[in-house]
Design a binder for this molecule. Structure first.
Ligand SMILES: NC(=O)c1ccc[n+]([C@@H]2O[C@H](COP(=O)([O-])OP(=O)(O)OC[C@H]3O[C@@H](n4cnc5c(N)ncnc54)[C@H](OP(=O)(O)O)[C@@H]3O)[C@@H](O)[C@H]2O)c1
Length: 176
């Protein structure tokens, strides 16, 4: 079993439907005004660790952040990307990126998708969750978390309207 140690907190940033679906591998499953700026605020100046499929679904490196992509393909590369093949190497790359510049924030963002959230779940310190009031079809899921290990430290409810999907902004912190 892989064992991961990080000098910095590991923070998952995710938007998940009621049925845990996070994506169908192709297009975005919802549009929530305000969520993309929120993701930007939560990720800017931080290293992002993501799976190769998530990187390809975004289609480009996100500026102002390290884009650390996990793949088992030895010859895979992407423009503006740090490619790694193990979770431990992903953490090391993120730590080195933070240490290289004092302006950078001492947090590592676990950016998805489903495989990467599952792999890092035992090591997460914080989950910044947008829970979307939908039940769409999709193969990529956010993993279950053990509620006994987590405290909900904030929740803001945004009810649905005729024009917009309802959602909750939730922060979960692992109990020490
Ligand atoms: N709603 C949200 O907040 C959110 C956030 C992120 C992503 N998503 C969605 O999630 C979906 C993608 O999720 P996914 O589960 O299909 O794929 P993923 O987690 O993005 O990527 C999986 C890939 O990562 C690599 N990988 C996984 N574990 C690894 C390990 N331990 N070591 C080395 N490489 C590893 C493999 O790449 P290779 O096959 O190249 O070896 C694997 O195929 C998309 O629909 C995306 O839009 C949603």
């Amino acid at each position: 079993m892989t064992s991961i140690q990080s000098r910095y907190p590991l923070v998952a940033v995710v938007a998940m439907a009621k049925n845990r679906v996070i994506g169908d591998g192709q297009q975005l499953l919802w549009h929530i005004p305000g969520d993309l700026p929120r993701v930007k605020t939560l990720t800017m100046g931080r290293p992002l660790i993501m799976g190769r499929r998530t990187f390809e679904s975004i289609g480009r490196a996100l500026p102002g952040r390290a884009n650390i992509v996990l793949t088992r393909q030895a010859d895979w590369t992407g423009e503006g990307v740090i490619t790694v093949s193990t979770m431990a190497d992903a953490i090391t790359a993120a730590e080195e990126w933070i240490a290289a510049d004092k302006q950078r924030t001492g947090e590592i963002v676990i950016f998805g998708g489903g495989e990467i959230y599952s792999a890092f779940m035992p090591y997460l310190d914080v989950i910044d969750l947008t829970e979307v009031d939908l039940n769409p079809d999709g193969a990529a899921l956010f993993p279950e978390w053990n509620t006994a290990e987590w405290t909900e430290t904030s929740r803001t409810h945004h009810p649905s309207t005729d024009a917009a999907i309802g959602f909750d902004l939730i922060r979960l912190e692992r109990r020490s």
